[in-house]
Design a protein around this ligand. Structure first.
Ligand code: NAD
Ligand code: DAU
Length: 352
């Protein structure tokens, strides 16, 4: 039995689906179901006794302690977070609450549970914290990619809150001996990605005939990884990672945003051409830049490759094509998540 937090979100739901496709070990899914949490992602698990869903907050010590007492998981994988940089700029409070206070309370509940275990169980227990490359700040054009020894230099309220949570996880290992692991991953893309983030937003807006918003000059660089490859990295770190260590996870796929958007437009031109025969790239629109926008992220994934033998299965070319196909085949999912609350967000962010 493992406890996975935030498993109704984008990466967490992909993780649970992949986990149960490969193992019969039960997953307890603790998720607060914020705007980003969606049980529809897990509809294929309906009636499956290996998936136990609990609606709740990681900051609720009593609830989490009760789940530990009842289910006795051998590991916790913590995905639960506020994850969108632009939302953190409009309203940082939720990010402080979930990413910092929530992680702290979860760690406290884990510490109490782990402290009460027999020695053998204690040795086998793991707390895996899922974090981001954004904690390292922004790279210049010719800087080497982020390695695990890079200094933390977070620049947005989101990345600062994730950095704080990483520090707490580290401290619980050094101070209390808690058996922790941390992964710092680059930008994910793939199925069930909420259409507030660049790739699903562009696919959605393109098909809806709306502008494709490019912040600033569109030359900011992100290092893209197909979500299933992130999930396989987490499974491998959980299985064989060295306690107290951090592992950078990335796909060696650095791309400027504008290139990503042009690639999406070209695939859509081929798979679902516009009615008027014109290219989707005509919808590209330059908009005001994100305040404090990090220019470049890039992950050096040497450590996880060398120590754990992990490698991504998808290239950007194969992964992005699968992703566009998934969105074309799952327009109902998109229609359901682009609700009233979603439209309010678009008004706030893009003045649409
Ligand atoms: P997401 O926003 O899609 O999902 C987050 C999930 O957490 C949602 O289901 C939400 O309901 C849940 N949640 C939020 N607050 C909660 C709380 N207080 N208690 C319980 N559940 C709560 O995020 P994602 O993109 O799937 O990211 C998952 C994790 O991976 C995050 O920690 C994020 O920082 C990290 N990460 C994301 C990326 C990426 O590209 N998306 C890359 C690297 C790391
Ligand atoms: O690097 C890992 C991080 O990647 C994760 O920790 C975050 O949770 C995840 O949201 C993601 O953060 P980004 O800010 O990089 O992702 P986003 O999809 O919001 O933006 C990707 C790039 O595209 C970024 O440079 C901003 C730009 N952008 C984004 C949107 C939504 C645009 O140009 N236009 C847009 O409309």
């Amino acid at each position: 039995m493992i406890l996975v937090t935030g498993a109704a979100g984008f990466i967490g739901s992909n993780f649970v689906l992949d986990w149960l496709a490969q193992s019969d070990e039960t997953v307890v899914n603790l998720d607060a179901l914020t705007y980003a949490g969606n049980l529809e992602n897990l509809v294929s698990l309906e009636g499956d006794v290996r998936h136990i869903f609990v609606k709740g907050d990681i900051a609720d010590f009593g609830l989490v302690a009760g789940l530990f007492a009842k289910h006795k998981p051998r590991a916790v994988v913590n995905f639960a977070a506020e994850s969108h940089v632009d939302r953190s700029i409009h309203g940082p409070e939720d990010f402080i609450q979930t990413n910092i206070v929530g992680t702290f309370r979860l760690l406290e509940a884990v510490r109490a549970y782990w402290g009460g275990m027999e020695d053998e169980e204690k040795t086998g227990f793991r707390f895996l914290h899922v974090s981001t490359d954004e904690v390292y700040g922004s790279l210049e054009k010719d800087d080497p990619a982020f390695s695990e020894t890079n200094r933390y230099e977070p620049n947005s309220p989101y990345s600062a809150s994730k950095a704080a949570s990483d520090h707490l996880v580290r401290a619980y290992h050094h101070t209390y001996g808690l058996p922790v692991l941390t992964t710092n991953c680059s930008n994910n893309y793939g199925p069930y990605h909420f259409p507030e983030k660049l790739i699903p937003l562009v696919i959605h807006n393109a098909l809806a005939g709306k502008p494709l918003p490019i912040y600033g000059d569109g030359q900011q660089i992100r290092d893209w990884l197909y979500v299933k490859d992130h999930c396989s990295a987490i499974r491998q770190v959980l299985e064989a990672g060295r306690l107290g260590e951090t592992y950078n996870v990335g796909g060696w796929n650095e791309k400027p945003n504008l290139e990503v958007v042009h690639t999406l437009c070209a695939i859509l031109d081929e798979l679902s051409p516009r009615g008027d025969g014109k290219p989707y790239s005509e919808q590209i629109t330059y908009v005001k830049d994100r305040p404090g926008h990090d220019r470049r992220y890039a992950i050096d994934a040497t450590k996880i490759e060398r120590e754990l033998g992990w490698k991504p299965a998808e290239t950007f070319e194969t992964g992005i094509r699968k992703t566009v196909r998934w969105y074309l085949d799952n327009q109902d999912w998109v229609a359901n998540v682009t609700s009233g609350a979603y439209r309010e967000w678009l008004d706030k962010q893009y003045g649409a």
